[in-house]
Design a protein around this ligand. Structure first.
Ligand SMILES: *[C@@H]1O[C@H](CO)[C@@H](O)[C@H](O)[C@H]1NC(C)=O
Ligand SMILES: *[C@@H]1O[C@H](CO)[C@@H](O)[C@H](O)[C@H]1NC(C)=O
Ligand SMILES: *[C@@H]1O[C@H](CO)[C@@H](O)[C@H](O)[C@H]1NC(C)=O
Ligand SMILES: *[C@@H]1O[C@H](CO)[C@@H](O)[C@H](O)[C@H]1NC(C)=O
Ligand SMILES: *[C@@H]1O[C@H](CO)[C@@H](O)[C@H](O)[C@H]1NC(C)=O
Length: 239
């Protein structure tokens, strides 16, 4: 009789233990998912300066690997900076497993091929900088699926075709858009002018055509707009 009141306490303790165990299992699982995603990336790239060769080793914590930043609480990979490393090769689909990533910088390498659709799983991305590479193909329509994206640079690559028509509806937080020096054609999608937070735009050095729509005036905090070396027409009004 006297022991029955311990039963609820014991149940609570067991539930708590169960919660702690499953919670930490989940974090460990995701931590090793991050590790295997980065090791898959390493296996796919050519690394002439051997920057990753010994540094990205499973003998060390991934949070200490070059170019990798982890969050302070969950130890998940939140930023990946592989800029200026002379890396070449394709970006493997495994990158889509870095589910806490907010910041991706691969600027100034020789990555080629098209971008893996699995990138779309990275809903937390705020910053994507892939300029100065040899990425090829159309800008995939799923690029319009990053609700938190503030910075997008795909300049100086080999992107072809039209800018996806409804891409910008899915990028409500966009502040910076650099698509310069590719081989983009067609018109500027009107949805661009709904991204009210835009401050810097460069579409220079493509094959874009058409008339610059008056809705450009809707972008009230725009600071720079570069459209030169295209076939865009328009009259500028000073008001
Ligand atoms: C762990 O990864 C899975 C699958 O990628 C994801 O669904 C889940 O939200 C992640 N958990 C945490 C705590 O990030
Ligand atoms: C990997 O590179 C980082 C950054 O340069 C450095 O701090 C770390 O000590 C390196 N780790 C190993 C095992 O060489
Ligand atoms: C990469 O190079 C650019 C241009 O030279 C420089 O501004 C940037 O700081 C470099 N990034 C890193 C991580 O070294
Ligand atoms: C990571 O991504 C790849 C390819 O998208 C997939 O095959 C793999 O099962 C994923 N999960 C882990 C934990 O690596
Ligand atoms: C531009 O602003 C006008 C007036 O506020 C609005 O009617 C129109 O829908 C806006 N257009 C775009 C593309 O955001």
């Amino acid at each position: 009789m006297g022991n029955t009141r311990f039963i609820p306490a014991l149940t609570v303790a067991l539930l708590l233990l169960n919660f702690v165990v499953s919670f930490s299992t989940k974090i460990t699982t995701n931590f090793s998912a991050d590790q295997s995603a980065l090791l898959a990336l390493k296996a796919h790239v050519i690394d002439p300066q051997n920057l990753l060769a010994t540094n990205w080793s499973s003998a060390f914590n991934i949070c200490k690997w070059i170019g990798v930043t982890c969050g302070s609480r969950h130890r998940r990979v939140i930023a990946l900076d592989l800029s200026n490393m002379s890396l070449s090769g394709i970006v493997p689909p495994h990158i889509g497993n870095l589910s806490s990533l907010t910041w991706l910088n691969m600027r100034n390498n020789n990555f080629h091929g098209s971008l893996p659709v699995q990138l779309v799983n990275l809903h937390r991305l705020k910053y994507i900088r892939l300029s100065f590479n040899s990425f090829f193909g159309v800008i995939p329509p799923w690029f319009g699926s990053f609700p938190r994206l503030q910075y997008l640079s795909l300049s100086y690559n080999n992107f072809i075709g039209e800018i996806p028509l409804d891409m910008f509806q899915g990028l409500p937080r966009l502040q910076v858009l650099y698509l310069a020096t590719n081989r983009l054609s067609g018109r500027i999608p009107i949805g661009l002018f709904e991204c009210k937070e835009l401050q810097d735009i460069s579409l220079a050095g493509n094959r874009l055509k058409g008339i610059l729509p008056k809705e450009i005036g809707n972008l009230t905090i725009l600071k720079t707009l570069q459209l030169h070396n295209n076939m865009i027409e328009g009259k500028t009004q000073s008001t």
